[in-house]
Each structure stands twice: as C-alpha cells, then as structure tokens.
Design a protein around this ligand. Sequence first.
Ligand code: FAD
Length: 313
Amino acid sequence: MAKVKLTDLMKEKQLLSFELFPPKTDKGMENLPGTIEKLCEFKPEYISCTYGAGGGNVGRNREVCQEIIKAGTVPVTHFTVIKNTKEGIKQQLEQYLAEGVDHMLALRGDIPLGETTTCGDFDYATDLVAFTRKEFGDKFEIAVAGSPEGHIACRSLDADIAVLKMKQDNGADYIMTQLCWDMEQFKVWLDKIRTAGITMPVDVGIMPILDQAATINMALSRNGCVMERELARLISKYWLFPNPFAAKDAEGKPFDMFYEQKVKDFKEAGIEYTIKQIDAYRALGVDGIHLYALNKWQDVSRIIKESGMRTLI
Ligand code: FAD
C-alpha cells in the first residue's frame, strides 16, 4: 500500500498541493531544488510532476520526483499511455516504486499531433487504471483527471461522467480536475458526479493567472475552457496590442507603448482573481486545492500567503 494515503488525509482536511513540470534546460533543473524547497515551506501534502506525452521529459520527471522526496514531501507522478506499451508501462511503474514513488495521476495524455490514436497499447486512462491495479494491487494511490466542463473530445458531459465512474470502478482513488473558471458549471458537475455514484474526493486544479498569453493558451489550445466574464474583462482591460502572442517586434521591442505597465497590472489583477477563485473553491468544501505552480515559487508563495490558505481555516 502507498506509504502515505492522501485520501485518508482528505478525510481530515482540505489538502494543498502543487504541480511542477520537468525543466527543459540544465539551468532550469539546477534551480528546481530551490523552487521545491520554497514551495515546501507551505507544507503541501504532495507535489505532482507532469509527464511529457510521447516520452519526452520522462527521465527528468523521475529526477523531479526524487527532488520532491528529498524536500520531504510526497511526489505524485503524472503518467500517460501515449506511445507506451504494456511492458513499458509495467517497467516504468516498477521503477517508480523502486525509487519510492507510489502515487500517480493516471492519464491518457494528448493524442500526438498528426496521429489519431495513442500510438500505444492502451486507448484510455480507464485502461491504465485497470492495468495498474491488476499488476500492482494497492501499491499505488491513483488519481485520475476529471473535467468539470467535459473533456474536449467527449460526446457529452454525461458520457464523460460515465467514463469518470468507470475510472472509479477500475480502482482509482481520487480526482484531480482540469482548470475550471466557471464556478456555476463546476457546481453542476459536482452534483452530477455525486448523483452518478462517484464518491471519489475532488482535488481542484487551479492555474494562477499571471500572464495573458499563457492564460489564453491554457484555456483554448487544448481544453476548451470557458473564460468567465470577469477574467475576460481583465484580459481585455490589459490587452497587449496587437495581441499577447505577438507583442514584440523582431528586436524584442514591444509594440504596445504601455507594455511594461500592462504586464505588471495584469499580473496584479490576475493574482487577486486567483485568490478569489481559491476562496470560492474552499467555501464549496472541495477536498484539495492543487495549484499549477508553473515552477514559479515567488508568485505562488504570494498567492498562498495572501489567500490565507495555510492560516485561515
Ligand atoms: P481519458 O479519461 O482517457 O479521456 C479521454 C477522452 O476519451 C474523453 O473525451 C473521454 O470522455 C473519452 N473516453 C475515456 N475513456 C473512454 C472509454 N473507455 N470509452 C469511450 N470513451 C472514453 N497530459 C500529459 O501529457 N502530461 C501530463 O502530465 C498531464 N497532466 C495533466 C494533469 C491534470 C490535472 C489534467 C486534468 C490533465 C493533464 N494532462 C496531461 C492532459 C491530459 O492528458 C489530457 O486532457 C488528455 O487529452 C486526456 O487525458 P484523460 O486522462 O482525461 O483521458
């Protein structure tokens, strides 16, 4: 059995956790222990690390997990079936266990560009959950993704919820959600999953709003997330002309004469927006707040301190 059961902790309190990604450069990797140490000052119950689809960054994912262990908290590795065979999955999961990583977020992963399948032995996260339970019993605590607005490729929200129920039936322990800025939709989804017999705890994924392009990209490049009015208003108010994706010329000079001020003001407004969102989720009584830390400890620390997440019960 996993040494620490996060789902047991969730019965006692609302968890705080972070998500990191494996840095792409050696320099980024060198800075990572410092980032993890700073995040650990808030005593998160766990830190998760993303797993690059198609096998990219997997080696570094394991290094990041080791840094998380060294810093004294629980690592949760994300894991996808993309381009992975059954045998390959088994070997990798054995390796994680041997290295003291016994928590995973079992995902399908995004279909590689230009392909129509996972290019691996499994089609869905449900298969990975069933396989892990069959091969490893209860050695892993398993989280699965849930999409309050429905996964972008699902036939309907109800069909997606049926998939989530299948993940539970196959042995998943708890849900980590896709970001959702639409609180009314989140409440509808929460009611619906409970009605469908899904009893797994819900750990809510929250992406700090710090940068216009990153926010729009996260919402629309893959996930089809609704941007509620207040967030859309902030993006419009501080819009970087001609657009946030091409805000600078070839020499790196911004086109918008108010560029610096707008970037600064947007971040301030975004942090305030993020804190309000955390308040709203906490008030709903969700089982955990999972902050996509984006490897940026300064901004994330500010959000945690100002939200009172570790001091305001
Ligand atoms: P699934 O649950 O398998 O669902 C995929 C689609 O297929 C859905 O539309 C679903 O309704 C449908 N479906 C599922 N099972 C069945 C079935 N049995 N029969 C018919 N239809 C079915 N991606 C990465 O590559 N690396 C990461 O580290 C990563 N981290 C993430 C962290 C979080 C918290 C979240 C929410 C997502 C993350 N992703 C990551 C993205 C994720 O891989 C994508 O959203 C991917 O497109 C779907 O993964 P899934 O596990 O939700 O897939």
